[in-house]
Ligand binder design. Sequence first.
Ligand code: DMJ
Length: 649
Amino acid sequence: MPAASLLPLFGSAAGPGTLGGPAGSGAGGGGRKAAGPGAFRLTEKFVLLLVFSAFITLCFGAIFFLPDSSKLLSGVFFHSAALQPPPPPPGGQPRAPPQPGGGPAAAAAAGGPGSLERIRADHERALREAKETLQKLPEEIRRDIRQDKEKLLQDARGRKEAGGPGLPQRLFRQPVGAVGQEPADPDVRQRREKIKEMMKHAWDNYKRYAWGLNELKPISKQGHSSNLFGNIQGATIVDALDTLYIMEMKEEFKEAKEWVEKNLDFNVNAEISVFEVNIRFVGGLLSAYYLSGEEVFRKKAVELGEKLLPAFNTPTGIPWALLNIKSGIGRNWPWASGGSSILAEFGTLHLEFVHLSHLSGNPVFAEKVMNIRKVLNRLDKPEGLYPNYLNPSSGQWGQHHVSIGGLGDSFYEYLLKAWLMSDKTDEDSKKMYYDAVQAIETHLIRKSSGGLTYIAEWKGGLLEHKMGHLTCFAGGMFALGADGAPSDKTGHHIELGAEIARTCHESYDRTRMKLGPEAFRFDGGVEAIATRQNEKYYILRPEVIETYMYMWRLTHDPKYREWGWEAVEALEKHCRVDGGYSGLRDVYNNHESHDDVQQSFFLSETLKYLYLLFSEDDLLPFEHWVFNTEAHPLPVLHKDDGNKEENQK
Ligand code: DMJ
């Protein structure tokens, strides 16, 4: 019964004189019209009053006590209450801008079509759910809450991955030279095809026996885990992405990308090497993004970069070597000179971190690596040299050991490449690089009596006449840096590169297997030969081939391609096994003793540099790309592309 039709009765019941005027003058019921209020008996009035108050109670009860009445109230009575925007439509399409006063509650208030039905249906559903919940055991209720929470977290993560909050939109433009022409010379073409086939053999076996794990054990045909990555998985996949791309192995690239999308997970409780994770994972993801434009790689690179940031929480900002990426707690290698950080580790973050700032719009990454440079510039250098150890708390050098191989190597490489990657605007890194090379030439570079140029190690002023396989990268570095040297020194730097390339080739040629040892010496009557048993191994390292590739590009002297091909033949003869490629324990031995590890850098570096050695110069040209120390190509930030600011951070 509509409430309005009861009002005259209520008015009449109030008694004479309360409202005044003739009662029952409106529409009403027949016989009652003639009768005045006085015509009701007291009991009738009482019954009517009871009915009316019961009705009022019912109406208010419905409003206040039905489930979710607060929503109803805010919708119906409080039109100005803030409205939640509707959830995003499935598929992550951009949401339409909110309409003023839009949303279901406002529609109900406005009496929009079906609004009352919707409210009723909502209430019924809420009642049903409440009843169901009451029937559940506390255990089940707890489980439901847990599942709801997880779903919310997953949705939030999904939104982030789908380009939700987090990263700015970015228009992808593929840098010049991500793909190149076929080599014109058929012999070169054939050799390049062979190298691609080697990549396929390494990849297929990794896929068959160790898919998703870090590396492959090609003899025992199972996965191999290195503690450098904690329990982050998939090192070979991430390291190989760009090689697959440039070799146009499209199917393999696609399956690698899918693995990254679904499985690459940094939310793990893992203590990792900041350096290794940066050069292989961050570097690999950045290159994969710049080559393919696939957003997932940019997102993962930035996500991982953020995980590495707590490593810089030291008194000087010189990062720890090791970091637990869950707790954010860092520390240094226990063997490293009184708790020092290592030059080649903290000095090999610059290229990747500048690109992380470039791709995320967040300057924090570039700021961290620029601070490293500031700390280094404030320090006195013994004889202009950089010792390998620096204490992150005191900001003082540790033991005075200088090396262009292990512990020091890629620090020098990144000084030169920071300048090149900045489109030659980063004058600070340029100066640091050429000053360092000057000191290296004066104090470390020597010529053997047999005429081989080598780079010795320096220990507190004394030279150790030993050169590591790792040091062989320096041939390529000197040649690459020739262009920026003072004009009277250009030829000299190319020549220096050529001499180091020759020495390193000798270190290969003087072994039985034609692959180089881990370290070779120039003392005790030997030249370019390993004399200690623990220096005779070869673990599929790239540095010698890397130098051949730079020397070929910069001189086009055919001997570099010949030397590269010798290495291919040796790899095929001694390292190739049914299950992939393995390192060797002793390159001077007659028989192979395999170490049973297919290093991820074999796919990212050794095979990539070989492929580039037999490609035309238009594939990843040096004017547009620099290679990080794991051979992951990163584009030069050209100043006329609006990157000026990035280069000057
Ligand atoms: C790679 O991980 C990198 O080249 C690093 O700079 C040094 N060592 C290995 C390859 O030998």
